[in-house]
Design a protein around this ligand. Structure first.
Ligand code: DQA
Length: 146
């Protein structure tokens, strides 16, 4: 099983970026934890982060035929990018949306995600652990789907 993990703008700054909201784990540490979980689950991980909307759209388009599923934290683009939504709609790869913070308890403009209704599910509010929980849920859902 091959899983892609896509992270959007400013997530490269995790660890020093608003730690009261996002915690102290760096994206490298989160990647290491997800890779360890993947190794136990017998899954392969493709890891990608970009601060650029177009690069993320290219990455989503590239999922077709390359990944069985994806974990997506599109960061602020979750709330704004119709183009990213369109890419996800076009590719139709099953995915779990993750957020470190509980976006539903934040400013009104963050409470809506343009990807959420397309996702298998959403994990938000557990800090770095959201990635691990989302990964576990995605692998289980892909296994269930056979
Ligand atoms: C985030 C939540 C977004 O609203 C924000 O723009 C981010 C991170 C999260 O993981 O909590 O950059 O996606």
């Amino acid at each position: 099983m091959r899983v892609a993990v896509l992270s959007g703008p400013n997530l490269n700054l995790l660890g020093m970026r608003e730690p009261e909201l996002y915690g102290r784990a760096t994206l490298d540490q989160i990647e290491a934890a997800v890779r360890a979980a993947a190794a136990s689950a017998g899954a392969e991980v493709e890891w990608f982060q970009s601060n650029h909307e177009g690069a993320l759209i290219d990455a989503v388009q590239g999922l077709a035929g390359r990944a069985d599923g994806a974990l997506i934290n599109a960061a602020a683009l979750s709330h704004t990018s119709l183009a990213l939504r369109d890419a996800v709609l076009a590719v139709r790869v099953p995915f779990v949306e993750v957020h470190l913070s509980n976006i539903f308890a934040r400013e009104p403009e963050r409470r809506r995600s343009l990807l959420a209704d397309l996702a298998l599910g959403v994990v938000a509010g557990f800090g770095a652990r959201s990635y691990l929980l989302g990964f576990e849920a995605l692998v289980a859902a892909l296994r269930d789907a056979g």
